[in-house]
Design a protein around this ligand. Structure first.
Ligand code: NFS
Ligand code: SF4
Length: 644
C-alpha cells in the first residue's frame, strides 16, 4: 500500500488515504504502488494500430540517432509511432472537450427555441458579444433606421450557427478570427486552419490508421489543426454558450477541500464536467421544498460540493465549494458522509463504484455515453426535456439515503477560503483602465515590471507523482518571482486547497511587485478562470493583452508561459498543443509521452517554435519547471525591450 505522506502534500488527503487502508479499501494511491507502468508505452513507442503488432520500439541503451534502425513490422519508425500516438491523444482530448461543447450547444438551441423550460438565456450581454463572431447580426435595418434585433431570434441563430461548427461542409471555423490577426495569418500560412471540429478529429483517426500518414511532421500538422479546433472551437464554444445559459462568472467567495462536507447535512457530491446537469442540481437543491424534505429526514440542510471540472463550473457561477481534485474522488466517499455522488462524463474513476459499495453512498451515473458495469451504479439518464424531474429524483434519492449512514463518518477538518470566478471580463474590470478600457492596467504593470509576466498553470493530477506537489511548487515559485498566475482545472483546485486563491496570500507568497499590484487591486495572485474548457478564457485574455498594446503584435510576443505540472489526460495534450499553436511556450511535468522518439520530441520541443512561436517542453522537477517558464518570460521581456 501507499505511504500517505509520500502520496500527497495535502493533510486531508493523507488522513483519508490512511483511513481507506485501515478499512481495507484500496485507492488509486495504493494501486499506483502495485501497478507499474509499461516502460515502452511510457516512451510513446508502442504501436498497436494493427494486429501484426503490438510493435514495441523502446529507446536502446546505446541509442545512436544517426543509426536508428528501429521499425515495426510495417516499417513504421519510432518517430511515426510516437507521432501517431501523440496526435491520437490530441484526438481523444479534442473529442472530449468538443463533444461536451456540442451537448451544451444542443441544450442552448433547445433553450433558444423554447423547447425546454429548464434552461433560459441568462447572459444577454455575452450573447450579443459573440453573435458577430458567428456571423449573426444583432441589428436590423427597417425603413432606413437601424433597430435592435429580437433577442430570441438572435439566440436561435447563434445556436444554429454554433451547431454548424461541428460539421459544416465548407469553410473554416468562425472563431479563428477572434485570434490576433498575425496569429490567424500564421495558421493560414502553415495550412492548419480547422475546417470543422469533427472533421479534424476524424482525420486524425484516418491518418493514424495502419499504413496512412508516415511522416511525423505531416502527422503533427493534423494534430495542430485538431487542437486549434478544440481550443478556438469546441472548448471556446462550450465556455461561451455555458456563460450565456448559466451566467458569466464574476468573483465570489467559497471554500475548498474535503472539509467542506458537513456531517449534519445531506452531502451531494457532483463529479464530472458538463454543467448542464450540475446547474440543475444546484437549482433543485436550493428549492425550499427540497431543504424542508431534507430537514424532515433529520438533516440540517443540503450541502453540495464538487469534484473535478464540474466543481469549477458550479463554483465559478454559484460559489458551490470544491470538495477535491481528481485524485480525491475516492477519498470523498471514504469519509462515509457522501449520501450521493452524481457523475456525468470524463475523469471519473470506475473504482468509485467499488468504494461506494463499502458505504451507504449512492453512485448515480447520468449520461447515456458514460455508464458503469458495477451493479450498485444507478443510472438516471438526464436530458434537457426532463431536467427538473431528473434533478429532483436525484436530490430526493440523496436525501432519502441520509438515514442510511453508518457510524463511520469521518470528515477531515481541512478546508481553505477562496475567491474564484475570474474571467476575461472580470480581469478587465480589475486590471483594465478607466479610460482605455481593455487590459491597459495589466499591460502597464507588465511593462513597468511590477508584473514580470503571466503564466497559465492548468491541468490534472496524476497518481504517478505526489498529489499537488508539482502544482503548488510551480505556482509558488512563479508568484514569488512576480509572475501572475491564471489557473483552471485541477490545478485551480490544488491552489484553492493550499490557500493561494485569496488576496491575502499575495503578501505571504508573492514577490514585491506582484504583491503590490494584488494588494492595490484586491485580487489573489492566482486567478481561478474555471474548468478545462475555460482554458479558452486564457486564449482570449492573451488576445486582449495583445490588443491593449505595448507588448507586441501577437500572443507569441508576450512574456507568458503555460504549464501542466501533473497532467495525465488526453485532454491535457490537446490543450497543450493548442496553447503551443497559439504561440505560448508550454512545459509539462510528470512524464512526456514521446521520450522513445528523440527526433520527433525535438520537433515538438524546438522546431515548433520556429513555426508557431510557441513550443513544448518537459521538466519533472517543479522548481526547474517554474524557472524554465520564468527564463522564457525574461527572454520575451528582453525581446520587447522592457527588461529592467
Ligand atoms: Ni481537465 Fe477536468 Fe482535472 Fe485533468 Fe480531469 S478534471 S477537464 S482533465 S483531471 S484537470
Ligand atoms: Fe506494427 Fe505497423 Fe501494425 Fe503499428 S501499424 S502495429 S508498427 S505493423
Amino acid at each position: 500500500v501507499a505511504n500517505p505522506q509520500d502520496a500527497s502534500i495535502d493533510a486531508a488527503t493523507q488522513i483519508m488515504i490512511k483511513r481507506a487502508q485501515d478499512l481495507g479499501i484500496d485507492t488509486c494511491f495504493d494501486r499506483n504502488v502495485t501497478l507499474k507502468p509499461c516502460s515502452i508505452g511510457n516512451q510513446g513507442t508502442c504501436c498497436k494500430n494493427c494486429s501484426m503488432g503490438p510493435c514495441r520500439l523502446p529507446l536502446p541503451k546505446d541509442y545512436d540517432e544517426a543509426n536508428d534502425t528501429r521499425k515495426g513490422i510495417c516499417g513504421a519508425t519510432a518517430n511515426t509511432i510516437a507521432a501517431r500516438n501523440f496526435i491520437r491523444m490530441v484526438a481523444g482530448g479534442a473529442a472530449a472537450h468538443s463533444d461536451h461543447g456540442r451537448s451544451v450547444a444542443e441544450v442552448f438551441l433547445s433553450a433558444a427555441r423554447k423547447e425546454t423550460d429548464a434552461y433560459q438565456i441568462k447572459d444577454v450581454r455575452k450573447l450579443l458579444e459573440i453573435a458577430p463572431f458567428l456571423g449573426v447580426a444583432t441589428t436590423v435595418e427597417k425603413d432606413g433606421a437601424v433597430l435592435d434585433r429580437d433577442i430570441d431570434e438572435i439566440a436561435v441563430e447563434v445556436g444554429e450557427k454554433a451547431m454548424e461548427e461541428w460539421g459544416k461542409a465548407e469553410g473554416e471555423l468562425e472563431y479563428l478570427k477572434r485570434a490576433p490577426k498575425p496569429r490567424y495569418e500564421l495558421w493560414k500560412k502553415q495550412g492548419v486552419l480547422p475546417r470543422n471540429i469533427d472533421r479534424e478529429i476524424v482525420e486524425i483517426m484516418h491518418r493514424t490508421h495502419m499504413g496512412v500518414d508516415q511522416d511525423y511532421k505531416n502527422l503533427m500538422k493534423q494534430g495542430v489543426r485538431a487542437s486549434i479546433a478544440d481550443g478556438w472551437g469546441g472548448s471556446m464554444l462550450a465556455t461561451d454558450l455555458q456563460d450565456i445559459l448559466f451566467g458569466t462568472p464574476y468573483p465570489l467567495a467559497s471554500e475548498a477541500n474535503l472539509g467542506v462536507l458537513k456531517e449534519d447535512h445531506v452531502n451531494i457530491v457532483i463529479h464530472g464536467h458538463e454543467p448542464v446537469l450540475s446547474e440543475m442540481i444546484v437549482t433543485t437543491a436550493q428549492k425550499p421544498e427540497m431543504v424542508a424534505y431534507a430537514k424532515s429526514k433529520g438533516a440540517k440542510g443540503i450541502q453540495l460540493s464538487g469534484i473535478c471540472c464540474t466543481a469549477n463550473e458550479i463554483l465559478q457561477r454559484h460559489g458551490v465549494p470544491l470538495c477535491g481534485t481528481f485524485l480525491q474522488q475516492e477519498l470523498a466517499i471514504i469519509t462515509g458522509a457522501v449520501d450521493a455522488m452524481v457523475v456525468d462524463i470524463q475523469c471519473i474513476f470506475q473504482n468509485v463504484a467499488n468504494v461506494a459499495k463499502c458505504f451507504h453512498t449512492k453512485l448515480i451515473t447520468t449520461h447515456p455515453i458514460a455508464k458503469m458495469e458495477q451493479d450498485n451504479a444507478i443510472h438516471i439518464e438526464f436530458d434537457e426535456h426532463h431536467a427538473v424531474e431528473d434533478a429532483e429524483k436525484i436530490v430526493r434519492m440523496a436525501i432519502d439515503n441520509f438515514a442510511n449512514r453508518g457510524a463511520e463518518v469521518m470528515i477531515p477538518r481541512q478546508k481553505s477560503p477562496i475567491i474564484a470566478g475570474f474571467g476575461v471580463e472580470s480581469v478587465e474590470y480589475h486590471l483594465g483602465g478607466t479610460f482605455r478600457g481593455s487590459y491597459y492596467t495589466l499591460n502597464d504593470n507588465i511593462i513597468n515590471g511590477r508584473i514580470r509576466g503571466v503564466a497559465g498553470v492548468v491541468g490534472c493530477n496524476n497518481a504517478r507523482v505526489k498529489h499537488n506537489e508539482g502544482h503548488i511548487t510551480v505556482v509558488k515559485e512563479l508568484i514569488k518571482n512576480d509572475v501572475l498566475v491564471l489557473t483552471t482545472g485541477c490545478n485551480a483546485i490544488a491552489c484553492a486547497m493550499e490557500g493561494l486563491l485569496t488576496p491575502e496570500s499575495a503578501k505571504v507568497f508573492c514577490g514585491p511587485g506582484l504583491a503590490e499590484v494584488c494588494e492595490t487591486v484586491g485580487i489573489p495572485p492566482v486567478l481561478h478562470l474555471g474548468s478545462c474548457v475555460d482554458n479558452s478564457r486564457i486564449l482570449l485574455a492573451a488576445t486582449e493583452v495583445v490588443k491593449a498594446g505595448g507588448l507586441g503584435n501577437d500572443i507569441s510576443d508576450l512574456p507568458v508561459a503555460g504549464s501542466a505540472p501533473e497532467w495525465m489526460s488526453e485532454k491535457a495534450i490537446s490543450i497543450g498543443q493548442y496553447v503551443v499553436a497559439s504561440g505560448i511556450y508550454t512545459v509539462f511535468g510528470a512524464v512526456f509521452p514521446t521520450a522513445g522518439a528523440p527526433v520527433f520530441q525535438r520537433y515538438l520541443f524546438e522546431e515548433m517554435e520556429k513555426m508557431y512561436g510557441g513550443m513544448w517542453d518537459f521538466e519533472a522537477d517543479p522548481v526547474k519547471h517554474a524557472w524554465k517558464m520564468i527564463n522564457h518570460i525574461d527572454a520575451k521581456r528582453k525581446a520587447l525591450g522592457i527588461d529592467q
